[in-house]
Design a protein around this ligand. Structure first.
Ligand code: BGC
Length: 705
């Protein structure tokens, strides 16, 4: 940060009254009864869902930018003219809705995520929003948890790559550019450990696992310059994350040097009372502020209690000052002091641009995962009559997925329409809206396209399920159709891995589309008929049955690991000890072979090159996500059986080969030990270059230390 900017905010702080300081820490999501006087007297630092503030005040709803500018005007009329920062949950697109974050991770393409975030920033900022509560970076090992849809899956390396890319996309190189927005890495941290996948439930995690699995995406976001973080709802290891000084101050600020601000989650400061660590609101406020939460989202306990706590000498003013400075710093960096208003013209030009829709389509194409393709049924060819049925047949907004407050169903081409546009003339489409109709028409069709899955409300915040199977009735529908013996292409729309042990064998081909966004229908149609090929990979392990979770690829070996000859191994007596589909898995319309794995040396000193030759040995062009995995055979702490350390998306023509090279560094061998130290330990390592986390070419090397 430039010295001038730092001086500017210091001087501003020096002029502020206590009320104005506390005002900066106060974030409001206004309802119709919102008192504009709070803005005019400098008692609010940030608004989100700002349109609520003007409800009932006769203000035109036609332009968000005008409303936001009007509110900004009120705030600037206050004594010190400090601008508001307007926030919003802009999670995977604003009007142009991109695939859900879990699907974005399935693309294994951080560059695309960066471009999508940049397009999203342009749209959101055109309406006056300058701060998004994204990216959500919670590692999730339990798909019962609804919020698995909002994150990047189970892997810390993939999560960190996506985190950095998303922050770059939202914020750009210059946060003050009018078409960029401040990002917010959330929910710091360990939110995904919620027991049983029940949202808001507590979790327990060891410090080494916290540091090596849950923290890396957040650290990557901080290194990429993220402006803000959000503290999680969770009680982690007995200390709610919103009151955790170790996490919010020692690690985040002390170790990582973060100089932006932290906002609480919705009322999470007040919730410290329910958690049982604070006796009242004033106590909750002091705990959170001391821990390092600078802005209070919605609960208003800073607003109501901090002045009194200060007067009683229960709180040092330095803690308030520090929080104010951090907030002013980000407002300054976002250019709000120089440019507090948004040009209302932009709203007309910057929403739903054709380029953004194209990007959404490309992202959907790359995030759809082909799970099965018996006898190359896909892409569909030579089908005269294709029966299309299932609950997603007329889906529009249902394609968006969770957290899309600004998406509009009417912007979406529905699936039936999307299919019509991309189906070859030689194929007749028959649509059946009910199971009865489908069963009747199926007899006369050549193949069936069955669109099943879960509605977006079943995933996302508090969209937890105790049963990972398809919603009631869907599996039975598939079974009834399967009895007719026609080829079936099963398409699953979902915000999480579903347990499809029974369904996969009943279908000839299976595409997992997640909730694919505004262009999902077109992308799916292109893939079905071969205009595009699927290339997504699973960013999270798919269990066979619900009872198998948590199940994740980077687990530790037990003393009696799967694969050992003993009967008494780590397993269930009623289930194969393997996932249905492993992390990293995904097929395409061609085949790739991996050959000639070579290491630049048998010993890693500082770094090592790992190379293999990838060949497209099929008959169609295609993209492969080549993955690099590592296993430390002996450590002072037990080590995961595999850890992803690199990936590359490679596109090859039929018959074409390419040498794929990864560089492994000493740092990539390192882990956190039980005493908190971090480093690589000498010994033997296994390395794989692989198409997924359960296979691949294997070699070994030594690290001498
Ligand atoms: C969610 C956050 C979200 C916030 C504001 C909370 O309930 O946990 O992810 O950003 O609400 O809408």
């Amino acid at each position: 940060m430039s010295q001038d900017a730092e001086l500017f905010i210091q001087q501003l702080l020096a002029q502020m009254t206590l009320e104005e300081k506390i005002g900066q820490l106060h974030q409001v999501s206004p309802g119709g009864d919102f008192d504009l006087n709070l803005l005019q007297t400098g008692q609010v630092g940030s608004l989100f869902n700002a349109d609520g503030a003007l409800t009932g005040q006769g203000f035109s709803k036609s332009s968000s930018a005008e409303q936001i500018n009007h509110l900004q005007q009120q705030a600037l009329s206050a004594r010190l003219h400090i601008p508001l920062i307007f926030g919003r949950d802009v999670i995977h697109g604003f009007r142009t809705i991109f695939p859900i974050p879990l699907a974005q991770a399935a693309s294994f393409n951080p560059e695309l995520a960066e471009q999508a975030a940049a397009a999203t920033a342009r749209e959101a900022s055109a309406t006056g929003i300058r701060w998004t509560f994204a990216p959500m970076l919670d590692i999730a090992r339990d798909p019962r948890w609804g919020r698995v849809a909002e994150g990047n899956g189970e892997d810390p390396y993939l999560g960190a790559q996506m985190a950095a890319a998303l922050v770059r996309g939202y914020q750009g190189d210059d946060l003050s550019a009018p078409d960029r927005i401040v990002a917010c890495a959330k929910h710091y941290v360990g939110y995904g450990t919620a027991e049983g996948g029940r949202d808001y439930e507590g979790g327990e995690v060891s410090e080494p696992t916290l540091r090596d699995v849950y923290l890396p995406p957040f650290q990557a976001a901080v290194q990429a310059g993220v402006g803000t973080l959000m503290s999680a709802f969770i009680d982690l290891n007995g200390i709610p994350a919103t009151a955790n000084h170790h996490l919010l101050t020692e690690i985040l600020r002390g170790e990582w040097g973060f100089d932006g601000f932290v906002v609480s989650d919705w009322e999470s400061i007040k919730e410290l009372i329910a958690h049982g660590v604070a006796e009242d609101e004033a106590h909750a406020a002091r705990l959170a502020l001391h821990a390092g939460v600078d802005m209070d989202m919605v609960s208003a306990v800073y607003h109501r209690t901090l002045a009194d706590s200060l007067a009683k000498g229960l709180l040092p003013i330095e803690e308030v000052d520090q929080a104010v400075l951090r907030i002013l710093r980000i407002k300054q960096r976002a250019g709000l002091f120089d440019q507090p208003f948004t040009d209302p013209q932009r709203e007309k030009q910057d929403l739903l641009r054709p380029e953004a829709r194209q990007l959404a389509r490309e992202f959907a194409r790359q995030s759809i995962v082909l799970l099965k393709n018996q006898a190359n049924l896909l892409p569909l060819q030579g089908i005269r009559r294709l029966l299309v049925t299932g609950p997603f047949l007329r889906a529009r907004a249902e394609l968006f997925g969770t957290w899309t407050p600004d998406g509009r169903g009417e912007d979406v081409t529905p699936l039936d329409e999307g299919l019509r546009q991309h189906t070859p003339r030689t194929t007749e489409l028959w649509f059946a809206d009910s199971t009865d109709m489908a069963l009747h028409m199926a007899h006369h069709s050549d193949a069936i396209l069955l669109l099943l899955g879960e509605h977006p409300v079943r995933s996302g915040e508090n969209g937890n399920v105790s049963d990972l199977r398809l919603p009631p009735g869907q599996s039975e529908f598939l079974a009834a159709l399967a009895e007719l013996g026609k080829p079936i292409v099963l398409v699953i729309f979902a915000g999480r891995p579903l347990a499809l042990e029974k369904e996969i064998p009943l279908a000839n081909a299976v595409l997992y589309t997640w909730h694919p966004g505004i262009e999902g229908a077109a992308a799916l149609a292109e893939i079905l008929f071969g205009e595009a090929a699927p290339s997504g990979r699973l960013p999270i392990t798919f269990p066979r049955r619900t009872g198998q979770v948590p199940i994740y690829y980077n687990h530790k070996n037990s003393g009696r690991p799967v694969g050992s000859s003993d009967l008494f191994i780590t397993r269930y007596s009623d289930l194969l000890p393997r996932p249905l589909f492993p992390f990293g898995y995904g097929l395409t319309y061609t085949q790739f072979s991996y050959n000639d794995l070579r290491l630049s040396s048998s010993t890693l000193r500082k770094q090592l090159q790992v190379q293999c030759t990838l060949t497209n040995c099929g008959t169609r062009p295609g993209s492969e996500v080549v993955q690099l995995y590592l296993h430390d055979r002996v450590g002072s702490l037990t080590r995961p059986v595999r850890e992803l350390k690199g990936f590359q998306r490679v596109t090859l023509q039929p018959g074409e080969s390419q040498i794929v090279t990864f560089t492994l560094t000493e740092e990539q061998l390192a882990f956190t030990r039980s005493d908190g130290s971090h480093g690589a330990e000498p010994g033997w390592f296994n390395v794989w270059v692989a198409p997924d986390s359960s296979s691949g070419l294997h070699a070994e090397f030594r690290y001498e230390g």
